[in-house]
Design a protein around this ligand. Structure first.
Ligand code: ADP
Length: 329
């Protein structure tokens, strides 16, 4: 990989250098032509019927000086071009590295993403395969055992679907965006419906304190973001607690907040929770809380695509507040 980037950097640097040298040599030729004509004027014109012939020695002296002047000019221009070649090589290399770095970083991130995705896909697939293989090797597989295997496999397949849905969402969002005025109260209500079962199972209530504002976004995608935030608030929060939602205008932005009374997010996790596949220590260690660490990165990708921002503040033991800012629409 390093060799690949080195050869591309060198190729791009060579192209930059070629452009610099073509310009430098071109200008030098023009400069030489113009200056050499100017220098040539120092020689008195030769004899014609309007002009008395000058002293021949004087004329030779002038011609000698002109030739010397031209030689000097030529040498200086050659030196200048050598200087441009040396400094241009260095500058071209630095420029080429600078131009290619963002592409290199994007490709590295993509590679990392594929590695993580494959790793996450492999775990449930291996579990399904292992369970099926063991079941097939058993001589007398009774119906209740077979049902149990199908149940376990269905659970793993559901997780796989959740993961592939997340991956698809991340890929989809890079495409077309058509922001319109979206009523926050409508979005909150749809997202609440989406998490109703989860909330009921944990006896969590959603307290909607949002005012009637509209922001520039898309209803389904903003609902998806709110659903992710509600799901997390319920998933990581305590049973019998409340999730508070508010939406207010602030300057030219609509500010939406989702606050929970959960365990909070560790300080060291906060800078990473919006990264793809990142899961906080608590969620990684507790097998009860399902997820692949894609929810918040999907939410962030959506919010950024509308020119907004999403952030979090959290106090351990007290809860977390996710804040979304979007242009008012
Ligand atoms: P997932 O929930 O699948 O792990 P997310 O991207 O939605 O992935 O969240 C990333 C991490 O952020 C979670 O693993 C969890 O550690 C932390 N997190 C997100 N929301 C909350 C919350 N409301 N309370 C505590 N921790 C949270």
């Amino acid at each position: 990989m390093i060799r690949f980037w080195q050869s591309h950097t060198l190729r791009l640097a060579a192209s930059y250098l070629a452009i610099i040298m073509v310009l430098s040599i071109g200008f030098s030729i023009i400069l030489y032509q113009v200056s050499s004509d100017e220098i040539g004027r120092q020689v008195p014109p030769s004899y014609n019927r309007f002009y008395e012939p000058p002293n021949l020695e004087l004329r030779e002296f002038f011609e000698h000086r002109v030739n010397e002047g031209r030689l000097h000019l030529r040498n200086n221009l050659v030196l200048l071009n050598l200087f441009v070649l040396i400094t241009g090589s260095g500058i071209s290399y630095l420029l080429a590295r600078r131009s290619l770095r963002p592409i290199e970083e994007a490709m590295e991130a993509q590679g990392q993403f594929i590695t993580n995705a494959s790793h996450e896909l492999r775990t449930p697939l291996t579990a399904i395969l292992a369970e099926n293989e063991v079941a097939l090797r058993r001589p007398g597989l009774n119906l209740s055992r077979a049902k149990k295997i199908i149940e376990d496999n269905t659970e793993e397949i559901t997780k796989l679907k959740e993961l592939t849905d997340g991956l698809l969402n991340l890929a989809k969002n890079d495409n077309h965006i058509a922001p319109k005025s979206v009523a926050i109260q409508e979005v909150v209500s749809s997202a609440t419906t989406n998490v109703l079962k989860l909330a009921q199972a944990k006896q969590v209530s959603i307290d909607d304190q949002s005012s009637n504002i509209t922001v520039l976004a898309e209803t389904d995608k903003l609902t998806q973001v709110m659903t992710i935030l509600f799901e997390n608030a319920i998933k990581y929060g305590k049973a019998n607690s409340t999730v508070y939602v508010s939406a207010q205008p602030k300057g030219k932005a609509g500010v939406i907040q989702v606050r929970d009374e959960g365990p909070g997010i560790a300080k060291k996790d906060i800078p990473h929770i919006f990264d793809r596949f990142y899961r906080g220590e608590l969620s990684r260690s507790s097998r009860k809380v399902s997820g692949y660490g894609l929810g918040l990165s999907i939410a962030q990708q959506i919010i950024i695509s509308y020119g907004g921002e999403i952030s979090v503040t959290s106090t351990m033991g007290k809860g977390s507040t996710f804040t979304i800012k979007l242009p008012l629409g």
